[in-house]
Design a protein around this ligand. Sequence first.
Ligand SMILES: [Zn+2]
Ligand SMILES: [Zn+2]
Length: 284
Amino acid sequence: MGQAMNLVDTHNHVTPWSPDATQTYEQLMEETARRGLHGVAICDHYDPNSKTDDESAWKFDPQAYMDAFYSKRRMPSKRKPGDPPGFLLGIELDWIPEKKQILHQVFNDHPFDLGIISMHFLRGHDPYYVPEAIYTDKLETIYNEVINDIADSAEEMSEVQIIGHFDYFSRYAPDADSKMRYQHAPQAFDRLFKIMIKNGQALEINVGTIHSLMKRRGYSTNEAMPDHVILNRYRELGGRYFSICSDAHHVERNGLHMAEALAYLKGLGITEFVWFEERELRLP
Ligand SMILES: [Zn+2]
Ligand SMILES: [Zn+2]
């Protein structure tokens, strides 16, 4: 409360649109107001490999999503004192290189405010369910592959605004010290950042990763923060845009560790977090 003037939490999930979400739109909006946020975005999962449209599909019907939420949008930039927080409509696209035409199509054929491109699979495997298929080598090798794949996604999906959770694969690596660091893959990070800067894409600080590293690997809050060398390198190369999000799927995860993350980032001189309205960059 009061922690977050002009802060837009740009990446969250709601039921029934994401199968792993339990919070409703109404609950999310209640939490957003309680936290005193300037706005919030929902970005439900879109996995182009997901076959069916039943309740467990990792894919939603974009037209039905528009029908449900388009009229509820409120632009944070147009917010006046006393207005409720802004509400933006986005999508979290799963990077599947072979399905890139579907990703372009779903994003470009529907009026999302923002798109996030996220990697949840490596070599077709899900790190949550089959870590043994992914973490087959030392972290340097795996993270180099991951960041290069994310760089491919940023390059191919140049029309999306945000590069989601670059550190997602650190959540599930079996190593005791799984936190992702610049030194794991310096050339891959440089390649990714140069592509993002060329495309004007924002680097997402995903507070969900901080929570996951604390819970799964026993890091302290401070140790679980994203590697400052990564963030500083992005800025050193000319990166200016950071977004920040809870990536909340459940009510209690809204804003969890956000205050600590903001304090940590402030210590690095990172105090501005962007959002997008009708795909246009907005600064606080
Ligand atoms: Zn994700
Ligand atoms: Zn997400």
